[in-house]
Write a protein that binds this ligand. Structure first.
Ligand code: SAM
Length: 184
């Protein structure tokens, strides 16, 4: 599977805390490999996501980056492609059909994004040209990038849900790793 770094651009602590957390939670659950928070520094978002990985498993390192331009330029030098999610871009399905992407930074805006990101991005891609949610755009983009394979990803954590047609079954501790490769 491709390596994917989710970069949240222009985070505002007061307005975006919940939705930024949801962008990272969604990205982690749907196969992204790392997260980078830009805009206002917000330890509670970072700690919250780290805590989820600690309990539910999987590697999803996340950190704050003050200078997003430098970060993106460095990633580009290291061979990563930059996909900026924006309703003004071209259809994401066209880009993903034509390009094979092995390492991708997915840029997800908060408020109005700076013009510079349109120029730095290799692809400005839309998930429809209607305004909607950064969480939905992230989910659909990742699912199409991974071709649905991310839905079968195994997480080895301290806790695991055993899927049930009815009711709840949660396995804790060592037992959560037992039979992890079996379909329950
Ligand atoms: N006015 C903002 C702008 O300049 O794009 C929209 C902000 S929107 C609430 C926050 C983020 O959601 C955007 O920066 C983009 O990453 C994502 N987003 C919203 N609608 C989208 C769409 N149709 N396609 C792709 N991304 C979208």
């Amino acid at each position: 599977m491709a390596k994917v770094c989710i970069l949240r651009l222009g985070h505002r602590r007061l307005r975006d805390q919940r939705i930024t957390t949801h962008v990272f939670l969604t990205a982690r659950a749907l196969g992204a490999t790392e997260g980078v928070l830009c805009g206002e520094r917000d330890e509670s978002v970072l700690r919250g996501i780290e805590k989820v990985s600690e309990v539910w498993g999987g590697k999803f390192p996340i950190r704050y980056e003050e200078n997003w331009q430098l970060f993106i330029r460095k990633k580009k030098r290291d061979g990563w492609k930059i996909a900026h999610l924006t309703m003004y871009g071209i259809d994401f399905r066209r880009v993903l059909l034509k390009k094979k992407v092995d390492k991708c930074v997915v840029v997800v805006g908060a408020g109005k994004v700076p013009q510079e990101i349109y120029e730095l991005a290799d692809y400005n891609v839309s998930v429809t040209n209607q305004p909607h949610s950064e969480v939905a755009a992230t989910a659909l983009f990742l699912d199409r990038l991974f071709g649905g394979k991310e839905l079968g990803k195994k997480f080895e954590g301290k806790i695991r849900i055993v899927p049930k047609a009815c009711g709840k079954l949660v396995v804790h501790g060592k037992n959560s790793l037992r039979d992890i490769n079996e379909s329950d």
